[in-house]
Ligand binder design. Sequence first.
Ligand code: ATP
Length: 447
Amino acid sequence: MSDLRETTVHIGFDDTDSLRGGCTTFLALRLVERISNDVEFLDYPRLIRNNPNIPWKTRGNGAIGLTLKVEEDKIESIVERAINILNEMSEENNNTNPGLVIAKGEIPQELKQFSYKALTEVISIETAKDFAEKFCFKHYTIGNGRGLIGSIAAIGNTLQPECEDFTYELLTYRLPQNIKKKREIDYESLIQADKKYSPQVFNNIDEESNNIIIAPAGPDPVLYGIRGEEPTILLEMMKKIKTKEQISAYCIFRTNQATDQHFEYASSDVVNFNVFKGEIKVTEKPKVIPGGHVISHGELLKNKSKVDIAAFEPSKGFRDIIKKLLPEDRIMAFGGVKYKKEFKGFTIQLEKCEILSIADHFKEESPFCPSCNNRMVSNGLNKGYKCRKCGYKNRESTKVRKPIDRKLSRGLYIPPAQAQRHLVKPHRRNNLPLKNSFVLIDNWWKT
Ligand code: ATP
């Protein structure tokens, strides 16, 4: 006799792709397809972006969490299908270490804490394994087991409405025979759709370069992804975007992209690979180094320890703001920490920057002639100034101090959309109220 008691089951997985192919989101869609007749989906698949500074990530450090309602006696078979998919679809690669985790029931507070840590710090494989054991999570790994870290983080990061911010991304996928071909998206149709649905959709087109930024570049199965606030609008917009090739499948994900969630849990301690958020006093004029990157120097306000601050070339116009910083300016730096061996010091790689205060700086100029208003010239060391036009001389004249127009305003600065990391909240999402619910719409996935 079948046991009809239903249980909430969470499935997390990560690290299934490599730069040569694959995509964890596509694997998620295949799993959704394979289990859809036997489960009730309680959430969209959650696409959770973890610490963007992890050196071994493939691209955006994304992991997937599914939350389902399943009859007790079907759980085994669901788990089996998830393991099979992981085995079938994971890329075989030294740097691909897939992980799968299955948890039942309520998400414990400790699991949430694990997820927040995964957003900002480096977690060891051992810690993740111990965690899974402690909470009796079923888990399955290939390779060194690293995928377990993101998998656990994905089930614990529940993006709870009313408490946490979230957005949606609709990902469309390519037919296998097109995967090596160039992606061709009709620019005009995208511009029109973007105009029609903005600000409910965002980061489709880069505002500085006008580049299309919905399509990735690599050999993964994603054709394009559109990001926004409402699933129905994403579906509508998909229908308006014209592409040369057929869309083979699509799926809507609920995600922490564009929410700044990593900065919510960031610390102002400078630790290699961690996410950093803290006040810095600028101590030197920035310089531009080969490659067009802008480097400034500063010290942490809280303990005066020295750090470099970097705005990299791809951040384009954002660098112009960082270039204008001068000693004694104060900024709130948001970014990733990287230890640079060659400089024996830490660099904050900026994801965004708030200018908190702008110091007064002065330049010294020769005085104007009081009789003809021409600019005077020095009359020799300690001999004051003279006017070449009318001959006026004054031994007491000295240089005049004039405040420099800093051409810089206080406020929050973010790189243009094409240089933004997935988690960074774009300007247009600032001050949005938290969503108080989410509803699974019809047709949220299709294969
Ligand atoms: P894509 O975005 O294309 O899916 P990716 O950039 O997510 O790829 P992965 O291949 O998933 O990269 O590799 C990221 C690896 O880092 C995973 O094994 C994941 O478990 C691990 N990881 C994620 N967050 C952390 C963390 N905070 N500390 C340590 N390891 C982490």
